[in-house]
Design a protein around this ligand. Structure first.
Ligand SMILES: [Zn+2]
Length: 408
């Protein structure tokens, strides 16, 4: 009888342990970003390895960036599932009216989260994994060395664009070779080459083609090596935005906008200009400047009005600014006559085909040889959460819509 009671109690204890155990599985996810890999580069430059990975899995016709179609807002949207106004990084550079500094406002610039993570909001995928007892590793995803919610990934590196590309792939393989207790189940990696060459030489240049060819070979090698593991590994290859040929003859000099710098602080992000009123009760001055800017905009740029702000989830906040100017495709805002206009730029309207980014995914969690229509990059976060069996935060903006068709 005692033995029966004992085993009955043990059974109860085990049952209750099972009930409180976290929902989990053994799916591994390797998320790689190739900055500036335009959606059509795979065909344009015959990127055979990427085409092959797409054939083994799923590919979206093009991934639509969030507004503005720039690097930091989009990487943070992919990794937090939130719109830029909700993860905080509303552009690569911007000011914040709630943070006074000197005669004006404090500015964010790319990578600043490392010194001050209060610029960032949300739960990046590596953070969500770690908060649920799952190890994560990052090799240079933007802001992945910031201490968010009090944590960094278990394994991470401080950004250096000079870090050897082969070493990054080798490190990802080495992480997956670790014993199960220390092995990361979520890994993010990042390569900037295609974007830099696209800026410096334009999307149609031989140098950009060479960059795509190099990354294609590297990712082909990574994919092949990932097939050797005896646990489930999924690879997701994304980019943040595409690339557009610019027209230097259409540059807009900031001085021609006649913005009174005693009344307004200006941040020129080249395809956007953010304008912040210095005074507290400046609505009249803002309306007046807006009217003037609208009158000179012509074909070169648009003043983001309330309809556009709503469409692109970009309301007036302390960070987006009181006025936002958006350059039309090919047009660039220049600080002055001497400013160097690079042949390639991004940051144009997210639905412009040249801004379309790449999405490819393959592995046991994905269907095989499946093409998906264009989709928002906010779908990636809930998809990874679903694949890894993590709890989905309820404060994200992304939902499983199109990507659902590609999940097993
Ligand atoms: Zn980028």
């Amino acid at each position: 009888m005692l033995r029966f009671l004992l085993s009955f109690c043990l059974g109860l204890i085990m049952l209750s342990m099972e009930a409180t155990a976290k929902p989990t599985n053994n799916q591994h996810v390797v998320l790689i970003s190739v900055d500036g890999l335009r959606h059509d580069y795979i065909e344009k430059y015959q990127a055979e390895a990427l085409a092959n990975i797409a054939k083994q899995g799923i590919r979206s016709e093009r991934l639509i960036p969030v507004y503005p179609a720039n690097t930091f807002p989009n990487h943070l949207s992919v990794i937090t599932g939130r719109y830029p106004v909700n993860h905080g990084i509303v552009n690569n550079r911007f000011a914040d009216k709630t943070r006074p500094k000197g005669n004006g406002f404090a500015h964010y610039a790319m990578g600043k989260g490392n010194q001050d993570s209060t610029w960032l909001n949300g739960t990046p995928l590596w953070n969500l994994a770690e908060l649920n007892g799952v190890k994560a590793a990052t090799y240079f995803w933007p802001e992945s060395d910031a201490r968010i919610n009090g944590r960094t990934p278990t394994y991470y590196y401080h950004y250096s664009k000079y870090a050897d590309y082969q070493a990054r792939v080798d490190q990802i393989i080495d992480w997956l070779t670790l014993p199960a207790e220390t092995r990361p189940r979520f890994i993010a990696g990042y390569f900037s080459l295609v974007d830099s060459q696209g800026h410096n030489f334009g999307p149609d240049a031989k140098q950009t083609e060479d960059a795509v060819t190099r990354i294609d070979a590297l990712l082909g090698q990574l994919y092949k090596r990932l097939q050797t593991f005896d646990f489930p590994v999924n690879v997701i290859i994304v980019s943040d935005h595409g690339m557009q040929q610019t027209d230097a003859s259409k540059k807009i000099l900031l001085e021609t906008l006649s913005i009174d710098s005693t009344l307004f602080e200006v941040v020129n992000q080249h395809t956007q200009v953010h304008i912040y009123a210095r005074g507290k009760n400046a609505s009249q001055q803002i309306t007046k400047l807006e009217g003037h800017l609208e009158s000179i905009a012509n074909q070169g740029f648009k003043v983001m009005n309330s309809t556009l702000r709503k469409k692109y989830h970009y309301p007036v906040t302390a960070r987006t600014g009181d006025i936002v100017l958006q350059a039309q495709p090919g047009v660039v805002f220049a600080d002055n006559e001497q400013s160097n206009i690079k042949p390639g730029a991004h940051g144009y309207w997210p639905e412009t085909p040249a801004m379309g980014a790449t999405f490819i995914a393959a592995g046991p969690a994905f269907k095989v040889d499946k093409q998906l229509p264009p989709m928002s990059n906010l779908e990636i976060y809930p998809a990874v959460v679903h694949i890894m069996g993590l709890p989905l935060p309820d404060d994200i903006d992304g939902t499983l819509e199109i990507i659902r068709q590609g999940l097993e």
